[in-house]
Design a protein around this ligand. Structure first.
Ligand code: ATR
Length: 276
């Protein structure tokens, strides 16, 4: 039997606007892989049953998006170290009775920053806004780059403190309240809050951008969000959103499933919403 049309999918709720099928089918075309990749909306509370049905149909793997990343983590029989650390999975691979969990969000982000945007984090002062799932996934991949300091700011300070405690074996990490950022400057600032999804601005003082070379919004396709506007007005030279992160985490999952690494430049170009 050949591996013709191995089924993959992204599962979420809602799922209608997911770009993952477009990205993975483009990867499949350019690497010559015979696979299909669809999107599946699972009912809330119905993740496991939906995945079971898809596995019955021969599924080889899935991506997982909100709100099911914790369900996917729980569903797995084996978890990578970065999935363990994030406490969440964004990709599963099915191997007989085994379900392997991975989380490529953080490595995809770092790959975008370093390879696509040409910005090093090594020796830099890095500010991470937010301490939810997105920030958690970025924590260890950021620290692996060797920044001089990583500051995690969050409204609920205890969540930032929890992340800082996890990160401190791996680098210099501090938790901070937004007010405490007044007068501090950073080389790179990431917005990993969900504020931009509602066109809100996290309460970050504009001071943080004074010496900043890159402001990065993890959300994608929103154009210039309030966070990016603040950075732009403060004179930050390079602005980016999460389109490259999206493509790079997809490429990581694709390589993990298929054993071949796709090029990402064309899909990034296709999905980019200009930041003007
Ligand atoms: P995600 O998976 O996108 O990270 P999440 O786990 O629900 O989503 O986390 C949302 C993050 O965005 C949290 O850090 C939240 O801050 P609190 O923990 O203090 O609630 C942050 N957030 C959401 N809206 C925000 C806003 N308007 N200003 C600042 N932070 C915000």
């Amino acid at each position: 039997m050949t591996d013709k049309f191995d089924p993959y999918a992204v599962i979420g709720n809602p799922i209608a606007f997911s770009k993952s099928p477009l990205i993975h089918m483009a990867f499949a075309r350019t690497t010559g892989q015979d696979m299909e990749y669809t999107k599946i909306e699972a009912p809330l509370g119905g993740f496991a049953a939906t995945v079971e049905a898809f596995r019955q149909a021969g599924a080889k793997g899935i991506n997982i998006t909100a709100p099911f990343k914790l369900d996917a983590f729980a569903y797995a029989t084996q978890r990578s170290a970065r999935a363990e650390l994030a406490g969440a999975a964004n990709a599963l691979k099915f191997d007989g009775a085994h379900v392997l969990a991975e989380n490529f969000d953080g490595v995809g982000l770092v790959r975008d920053v370093v390879h696509n945007l040409g910005a090093s984090l090594r020796g830099k002062r890095v500010l991470l806004l937010g301490a939810g799932g997105a920030a958690r996934g970025a924590l260890l991949p950021f620290l692996a780059e060797g920044p001089a300091l990583l500051v995690i700011a969050n409204r609920s300070i205890e969540k930032a403190e929890q992340l800082a405690a996890i990160g401190k074996q791996h680098g210099t990490v501090q938790a901070a309240r937004y007010e405490a950022l007044q007068g501090q400057t950073f080389d790179v600032v990431f917005n990993a809050t969900s504020a931009s999804l509602r066109a809100e601005l996290p309460p970050v003082p504009a001071d943080v951008f004074q010496a900043c070379g890159l402001a990065y919004e993890l959300a994608y396709g929103k154009g210039v969000t309030p966070f990016l506007r603040l950075a732009q007005n403060a004179g930050v030279a390079q602005l980016a959103d999460g389109v490259g992160m999206l493509a790079e985490q997809a490429a990581e999952a694709f390589s993990w499933w298929r054993g071949v690494r796709p090029a990402t430049a064309a899909v990034i170009q296709q999905l980019t919403v200009p930041l003007v």
